[in-house]
Design a binder for this molecule. Structure first.
Ligand SMILES: *[C@@H]1O[C@H](CO)[C@@H](O)[C@H](O)[C@H]1NC(C)=O
Length: 404
């Protein structure tokens, strides 16, 4: 019954997320707008919610959707009243008995709190929320210029009618942490390495067709309450360890969907061909099965993704703030990674730098503090991650090979 309530109370739409996420999976947006519009009716019919637009059109026979769209633009109050009328009309319409195929909105799932714009508790700068008395079921009718997301990654943006679904409890918020590489780790140019990431509170191994089911179903959780989903890793080049420029999310040096279930709580991705010289940031993208970002019960929570900074090539390692400076940097970085992860994989990832063990021994002292604070450093990396568009255009030689 908790889930029933959650479903009823947490029906939103994700137009912005759809836009943001269109790019990393570039190449999957095969259908044109014609295809999207063409599929709209059939697709919505299977989903119940958006199909209410149909029953609204038919039952109200007053072009309620179009009216609502116009009214919403001019007056939120007007839109609400129109929506209310539509909802009640829909409720009175035929009830097929199966709520999951019915074209009407079941009154039991109406989130009455959505009628409140929040301004009853004012805060400086706070804006009024959009409101709805019918769970925003026809929200996308207010943006007729946008195609319905319809399961596709539409690069130019779209409007998504799928509800957010089951919101994971505070006790089940996903969290991940990279163990290879750790912050400051240095690899040789083209050196193959395997990313390893510990993950908790995400039931991994759940991924749907990214071409046909992108954002097309609500988030779901398993019996433990963990979100059923999967993760991804993305590596972007930055100018330096201290770069402060926001990156361009359409550019990345490596991307991989981690579709397999975690083994022993660890996900892995092989960067088979290594990378060219430079400084990079590595981030996780933990998502639900339909690729939407993980949604959790509370607004205030720790980062549910990890982000670390590492380098390739000795020149790039010179600016490494985690392991000193100059020539010793790469050795120190390797030492830090080995002691932080303590795992055999980390030791092997340290690779060539490990052979400079004399330097590493000397650097171990300076390396120790950052290694011990791996978790904190990682979180800082996440914030800093807003920094870093690479100055010179770097080769995206592996991009095409590493999409989902
Ligand atoms: C790494 O690969 C690039 C080609 O992608 C090549 O130009 C370069 O020489 C390689 N570097 C090393 C150290 O093998």
């Amino acid at each position: 019954m908790k889930f029933t309530h959650s479903l009823s109370g947490l029906v939103f739409f994700l137009p912005l997320l759809a836009q943001v996420n269109a790019s990393p999976f570039g190449g999957f947006n095969n259908g044109g707008f014609g295809g999207n519009f063409g599929g709209k009716a059939g697709n919505n019919a299977g989903k119940g919610g958006a199909a209410a637009a149909k029953s609204t059109d038919a039952a109200a026979s007053t072009a309620a959707a179009n009216t609502a769209a116009a009214a919403a633009a001019s007056s939120a109050a007007a839109a609400t009243s129109v929506a209310s009328a539509a909802a009640s009309t829909a409720s009175a319409a035929a009830d097929s008995g199966d709520a999951q195929s019915s074209l009407t909105l079941d009154p039991s799932v109406i989130a009455t709190g959505f009628e409140n714009n929040g301004q009853d508790v004012p805060e400086a700068g706070q804006v009024a929320s959009l409101t709805s008395s019918n769970n925003f079921i026809n929200f996308c009718a207010t943006v007729p210029n946008l195609p319905i997301t319809n399961g596709q990654q539409i690069k130019t943006g779209s409007c998504n009618p799928a509800p957010m679904g089951i919101i994971a409890a505070q006790t089940n918020m996903p969290s991940s942490k990279f163990s290879v590489p750790v912050n400051g780790q240095n690899f040789g140019q083209n050196q193959s390495f395997t990313i390893t990431m510990a993950i908790q509170n995400l039931d991994t191994g759940f991924f749907v067709n990214a071409n046909e089911n992108y954002f097309s179903a609500p988030q779901q959780v398993g019996s433990s309450g963990n979100i059923q989903g999967h993760s991804h890793v993305v590596i972007e080049q930055v100018k330096s360890f201290t770069d402060t420029t926001p990156t361009d999310p359409t550019k990345f040096a490596f991307f991989k969907g981690l579709n397999a279930a975690a083994v022993g709580g660890v996900l892995t991705a092989d960067v088979t061909d290594g990378l060219l010289d430079g400084v990079y940031r590595l981030a996780s993208i933990n998502t639900a099965a339909n690729h939407q970002p993980a949604l959790v019960a509370v607004a205030q929570h720790g980062a549910m993704d990890d982000m670390v900074y590492f380098s390739v090539g000795n020149a790039a390692a010179a600016g490494n703030p985690f392991g000193g400076s100059g020539a010793a940097a790469s050795a120190a970085g390797a030492a830090a990674s080995a002691s932080a992860a303590g795992a055999g994989t980390a030791a092997s990832a340290a690779g060539a730098a490990a052979s400079t063990s004399a330097a590493a021994a000397g650097a171990a002292k300076s390396a120790a503090p950052p290694a011990a604070k791996g978790g904190n450093q990682g979180n800082k990396g996440g914030n800093n991650a807003q920094g870093g568009r690479g100055g010179k255009p770097f080769k995206l030689r592996r991009e095409s090979k590493n999409r989902l």
